[in-house]
Ligand binder design. Structure first.
Ligand SMILES: Cc1ncc(COP(=O)(O)O)c(C=O)c1O
Length: 434
């Protein structure tokens, strides 16, 4: 097997880095050449513990043997069986598997796309066509992607849309029940935050977008890029009730929180709320580009044949990988591992909070989608950098001082403890420097 570029080849390749758009940011130097489980290796010999999973994607670890084997095998059968030309077996095999995994039995109509953003776009399109209404309500702090429609319902940071307006019109924003966003203290009771946000939703529907013009509300069950904030179940129940009252649709974006990430197959299960449309991606295919929109047949029957599609949509290799992911989820005790490791990681992060009670504002999240928020400006980025220096890749998130933890869902107790220790040492060092 190839070991990747040597030092000379690496230097030569990196000489082309200035020809890559500066619009891309990167948190590590060099060339990442290999990945196995919870580790990645660079061509210069660095081996790093990966607590990012490529932003919540390689949830079963890098190059999971069964997933990679399924993809390799599919490569030798057919790679591109275009979805508007014919079905391919992995497409239907994936529907067969996912049907039984859905958080509600009404979710029985599937369309596969490539990226999360494209699936969000398709969900918005479906909502508009099925209701015959235009407007969409999204959450302050939401992240739904980088294409124009997805960007229009994204409210987590201005960097994603700065300089490119006008975006898709007909989008209205309500506050999300997160203390920061309402200018409240971290100790504010959740039911107060929920009440305030549902009140604002009523106001938006009476002052800005009439229910009969409003197609859907879109929400993440755990606010991802907005700071890893679990959406309170009472808020989701409230959104469901408002949608039911006004004939609007509830779009649940499980792109980051789905496929066991939060300790349940889908994060929405915690609330028991039924989505009308659900968007999936990331962990679905463990690194192969694949996303999906799942809805009810009575809604998708409003779509004329040919109104959905895309050259690469539901690629055969990606679908074959996703079938292997679904099988591994069932066969390899993934949910059990997530919940066991989650308890350990929470305990380790709470210990860091106790040791630095003035500097650590909050420890939050679900399953292996956890976050630590700091008080001082720039602390999160400095901690993340120190982690990289100590051999672990980790990401920040949101406009607040937040570090997010999204290790592989099958990470071992040893690797998890190792990552938690690296984080703790990085925090100690950064706070010592202040
Ligand atoms: C909740 C959520 N929705 C949508 C997206 C967009 O997905 P993609 O980057 O695959 O377009 C993301 C990506 O991080 C996400 O976290």
């Amino acid at each position: 097997m190839s070991t990747g570029p040597n030092a000379q080849e690496t230097a030569e390749l990196l000489s082309y880095a200035p020809n890559v758009t500066p619009g891309l940011a990167r948190i590590t130097e060099g060339i990442m050449a290999r990945g196995a489980g919870s580790y990645v290796e660079y061509t210069d010999g660095r081996k790093m513990l990966d607590f990012t999973c490529g932003i919540g994607v390689t949830s079963l670890g890098h190059c999971h043997p069964k997933v990679s084997a399924a993809a390799a095998e599919q490569c030798m059968q057919i790679v591109h069986a275009q979805c508007s030309i014919a079905f391919h077996a992995p497409y239907l095999g994936l529907v067969q598997r996912l049907l039984h995994m859905m958080p509600h039995p009404s979710l029985d109509s599937f369309f596969f796309w490539n990226s999360g953003s494209e699936a969000v776009e398709a969900a918005l399109k479906l909502a508009r066509i099925a209701t015959g209404r235009q407007n969409i309500i999204c959450m302050q702090g939401a992240y739904h992607g980088r294409t124009f429609g997805a960007m229009a319902v994204t409210r987590s940071k201005t960097i994603y849309s700065v300089g490119v307006a006008p975006l898709m019109p007909g989008v209205f924003t309500i506050p999300f029940p997160f203390w920061h966003q309402l200018g409240r203290e971290p100790s504010t009771p959740t039911d107060e935050l929920v009440k305030q946000c549902l009140y604002q939703l009523d106001l938006v529907l009476s002052q800005q977008t009439a229910p009969k013009d409003t197609a859907a509300i879109i929400v993440e069950p755990v606010l991802g890029e907005g700071g890893y904030v679990p959406t309170p179940p009472a808020f989701l129940e409230g959104l469901r009730a408002v949608c039911d009252k006004h004939g609007m649709l509830l779009i649940v974006d499980e792109v980051q929180s789905g496929f066991a990430r939060t300790g349940r197959l889908f994060a929405i299960e915690e609330s028991g709320v039924r989505p009308d449309i659900m968007v999936i991606a990331k962990g679905l295919a463990n690194g192969f580009p694949l996303s999906g929109v799942v809805s009810r047949k009575d809604l998708t029957e409003s779509l004329a044949p040919g109104s959905m599609g895309g050259t690469y949509a539901g690629n055969a290799v990606s679908c074959a990988a996703a079938c292997a992911v679904a099988d591994a989820m069932r066969e390899e005790g993934i949910l059990e591992n997530v919940n066991a490791r989650s308890t350990e990681l929470f305990a380790a992060l709470e210990a860091v909070k106790r040791a630095h009670s003035a500097a650590v504002v909050d420890v939050r999240g679900r399953g292996l989608m956890l976050a630590v928020e700091f008080a001082g400006e720039g602390v999160a980025a400095r901690v993340a950098k120190k982690c990289v220096e100590r051999g672990m890749i980790i990401l920040t998130t949101s406009v607040y001082e937040v570090i997010r933890f999204i290790p592989a869902l099958n990470i071992s107790a040893e690797d998890l403890a190792k990552g938690a220790k690296i984080f703790q040492e990085a925090v100690d060092e950064v706070l010592r420097e202040d």
